[in-house]
Design a protein. Structure first.
Length: 111
């Protein structure tokens, strides 16, 4: 199924209180900047570290905030997880390619 704005339209209609209106939508694709850099410099360790840091930035709070551990234990666990991500990414950078689908929306809120 080709991604489109139908889901966005439904989501906006469900939020009747906001009365937001979708004026425009466009689906775009963004290349994997980390893989592009790797293809230029062939530095697998740098690629792995970049991918791991990017992933950690948006997943760590939700993945590890609920762990009931002793002080410092949660960060130690997270460090191990993201070190393993970096190792896996460095081992096979081409397998880690990410194809980003980006929805560009122009939404109006009533005055």
């Amino acid at each position: 199924m080709e991604p489109d704005a139908r889901g966005v339209h439904r989501a906006l209609r469900c939020r009747r209180r906001s009365r937001a209106q979708l004026l425009e939508s466009e689906l775009d694709f963004a290349p994997d900047a980390y893989l592009a850099a790797y293809r230029e410099d062939h530095d697998a360790q740098k690629f792995g570290a970049a991918v791991s840091a990017f992933l950690r930035a948006f997943t760590e709070p939700s993945l590890f905030s609920g762990l009931a551990r002793a002080a410092g234990a949660t960060s130690t666990i997270a460090d191990r997880v993201y070190a393993r991500v970096a190792e896996a990414a460095a081992a096979d950078p081409e397998a880690m390619e990410t194809l980003w689908h980006v929805a560009v929306l122009r939404i109006a809120k009533p005055a």
